[in-house]
Design a protein around this ligand. Structure first.
Ligand code: KG4
Ligand code: ZN
Length: 348
């Protein structure tokens, strides 16, 4: 059971954690949300600079909280793809430096594999195969989890990610950034059936619709058009009704595709990951549909849904146990399909 120190700096959270197998010994997360809020989204240059300022502090805190010495650490991991290149470089450079300094193996981790491993942190008995619905600000994917390092993407978004759609709709309703939490909160006071909106199905050239892919940009445009129309008709926009109708449409669309995918592939467990997993409507619809079809659905606690280093260290710990390590020449990549995870490792 390897003890791994993991570093996550792919976007706007500087996080360092220490994990033994699937048990979290420490998980320090320093969020930059307040810094980026004034710009209405993440500014990559500012994110990188803030990671540089915070990463050493986070490493020290994680070591202190875990009450371990460097001798007891078996490996050092850092998210190396996908993400903001400058931001990833900070974590990977810190990880490689620690690896050289303390003579520990280094492991680069795919950010999405990390999100999959977040489910193991709260559900240590979960075992592949299962289906993972990954819904964050940058991703909307249905991933067939076959084994450690072996994944197949069965569905994805053709344009905006689910979280991105929440953020863009919040911006057009002047609700601030990030959009998901505020839309979720306002939806509780609104009527989700007030405005029918398109579910964002992806047409196939041969006719019909792709069963697992999504497209959220049409939905966002539909909310924009509706808002413009309502603005001409009334002085005050029915914000809670708009928020609830939008949120419910996204939640129903994701639920429909996820359940169809699990049933068609004969997978009876579904794990949810990414920041949008916090969404109350998505939780409600998925739990109800899973119950109807006798499927198990796992939502990690919020602290493991959003970006954190515990999930990165957890993925690395299993790779290390299997003899997988990365070269110190490993670079960072802004994009990388999850099916390429094993390219990050040399297998001993
Ligand atoms: O996974 P995450 O922390 O960062 C990455 O994008 O990797 O996800 C952030 C996204 C944002 O787009 C945010 O608006 C969304 O997750 N989000 C939510 C909720 N909480 C966060 N979306 C819907 N409902 C929520 N309660
Ligand atoms: Zn993420």
């Amino acid at each position: 059971m390897a003890i791994v120190l993991g570093i996550e700096t792919s976007c706007d959270e500087t996080s360092v954690a220490i994990v033994r197998d699937r048990q979290v010994l420490s998980n320090i997360v320093s969020s930059q949300i307040e810094i980026h809020q004034q710009y209405g989204g993440v500014v990559p240059e500012i994110a990188s600079r803030r990671h540089v300022e915070m990463v050493n502090w986070a490493i020290e805190q994680a070591m202190q909280e875990a009450t371990l010495t460097w001798k007891e650490i078996d490996g050092i991991a850092a998210t190396c793809a996908p993400g903001l290149v400058g931001a990833l470089l900070v974590g990977v450079t810190a990880g490689k430096t620690l690896s050289l300094l303390h003579e520990k193996p280094f492991l680069g981790v795919h950010h999405l594999e990390g999100h999959i491993y977040a489910s193991y942190l709260s559900e240590p008995s979960l075992q592949p195969p299962f289906l993972c619905l990954l819904v964050s600000g940058g991703h909307t994917s249905l991933i067939y989890v076959k084994a450690c390092g072996h994944y197949e993407t069965l569905g994805q978004t053709r344009d905006d990610a689910a979280g991105e759609a929440f953020d863009k709709v919040a911006r057009l309703l002047n609700l601030g950034y990030p959009g998901g939490p505020v839309i979720d909160r306002l939806s509780k006071e609104g009527n989700s059936r007030a405005f029918p909106l398109p579910e964002g199905q992806v047409s196939l050239p041969e006719g019909g619709f792709h069963p697992y892919d999504s497209s959220f940009s049409g939905l966002k445009t539909a909310v924009l058009r509706l808002t413009q129309k309502l603005q001409q008709e009334t002085d005050t926009l029915p914000i809670p009704d708009l928020a609830a109708s939008f949120q419910d449409t996204v939640a129903r669309a994701l639920t429909k595709r996820t359940i169809a995918c699990a049933l068609n592939y004969g997978l009876n467990a579904i794990a949810i990951g990414g920041g949008v997993a916090a969404n109350s409507s998505l939780r409600h619809h998925l739990q109800a549909a899973a119950h109807t079809h006798n499927l198990n659905v796992y939502f990690p606690p919020l602290k493991f849904c959003t970006d954190n280093a515990a999930m990165i260290a957890c993925a690395a710990a299993e790779h290390l146990d299997r003899g997988h390590t990365s070269s110190l020449q490993l670079g960072v990549q802004s994009r990388m399909p999850i099916s390429d995870v094993m390219k990050l490792y040399e297998v001993s």
